[in-house]
Write a protein that binds this ligand. Structure first.
Ligand SMILES: Nc1ncnc2c1ncn2[C@@H]1O[C@H](COP(=O)(O)OP(=O)(O)OP(=O)(O)O)[C@@H](O)[C@H]1O
Ligand SMILES: [Mg+2]
Length: 229
């Protein structure tokens, strides 16, 4: 059989090469930073305060531009921040999601997209609920639903469980784990955390130090090496 019978391997979801970035008036945040996310799954980054994790996510999301280097994105990106109150803008769950849904869809399609996004995050039936009445974990799941409503396949999550109680932490992590391992159209998630126990759930973990990302390794192995450090 000729090699031509095999389909070519899929291209990586995300590739960063030689990224350099500084915040105005501050020192260099990222320098010679490479990152490759090979495919769907739950990928985690850890690193000390100031090592450049949030700066990296903002570059990937396109919120800021690198001074040097290349970013290749092969999926639509959406950010999920530590504090959902910083990204939820409207009074009700439904109106918040409508803000993210492609306005060129007809009303029936928009409604289907809205209900599907709510159901996928375990908030079915809450379209009319005022956002201020949601728990912190529910708000974070609504922020994730907004990413789904936007048809984003690459979720960038910056310490999404940092402000949540332990039960909500587990729910949000299980939700993202499920979305990144669903049988059809699994998503890709890049998840920043300081909670080493979360590394047990990922498909690969990397340590960020001084503006560079280290190699992918099993989450349990990285957690153990950081515990012992
Ligand atoms: N908006 C900004 N303006 C100026 N400097 C910034 C800004 N955001 C980050 N920095 C600086 O860039 C460097 C990297 O910060 P960054 O927030 O990316 O780190 P981090 O790894 O996310 O840290 P943490 O774990 O505390 O969230 C730090 O020196 C920080 O002070
Ligand atoms: Mg940060």
């Amino acid at each position: 059989m000729s090699l031509g019978a095999f389909p070519p391997p899929p291209l990586p979801v995300l590739e960063l090469e030689g990224i350099r970035f500084s915040w105005p008036g501050a020192g260099v945040a990222l320098q010679g930073c490479d990152l490759l996310i090979p495919g769907p799954g739950l990928w985690m980054l850890v690193g000390r305060n100031g090592s450049g994790k949030s700066s990296l996510l903002k570059l990937i999301a396109g919120l800021v531009e690198p001074e040097a280097g290349t970013i290749r994105r092969r999926a639509r990106c959406a950010m999920v921040f530590q504090n959902p109150d910083h990204q939820l803008l409207l009074p009700s769950c439904g109106s918040e999601l409508l803000l993210s849904i492609d306005p060129s869809l007809n009303q029936q399609e928009r409604e289907t997209c809205l209900q599907s996004a709510l159901a996928q995050v375990g908030l079915a039936g809450l379209a009319e609920r005022p956002i201020h009445s949601l728990s912190g974990g529910q708000k974070q799941r609504l922020a994730i639903a907004a990413s789904l409503a936007r048809q984003s396949a690459l979720l960038l999550l910056d310490e999404p469980t940092a402000l949540l109680d332990p039960e909500s932490q587990r729910e949000v992590l299980a939700l993202i784990r499920g979305l990144t391992h669903q049988p059809t159209q699994p998503l890709t998630a890049l998840w920043i955390t300081h909670r080493l126990e979360e590394l047990q759930q990922c498909d690969g973990a990397a340590l960020m130090q001084d503006g560079r990302v280290g190699p992918w390794q099993p989450g349990a192995a990285l957690a153990a090496s950081l515990h012992n450090a």
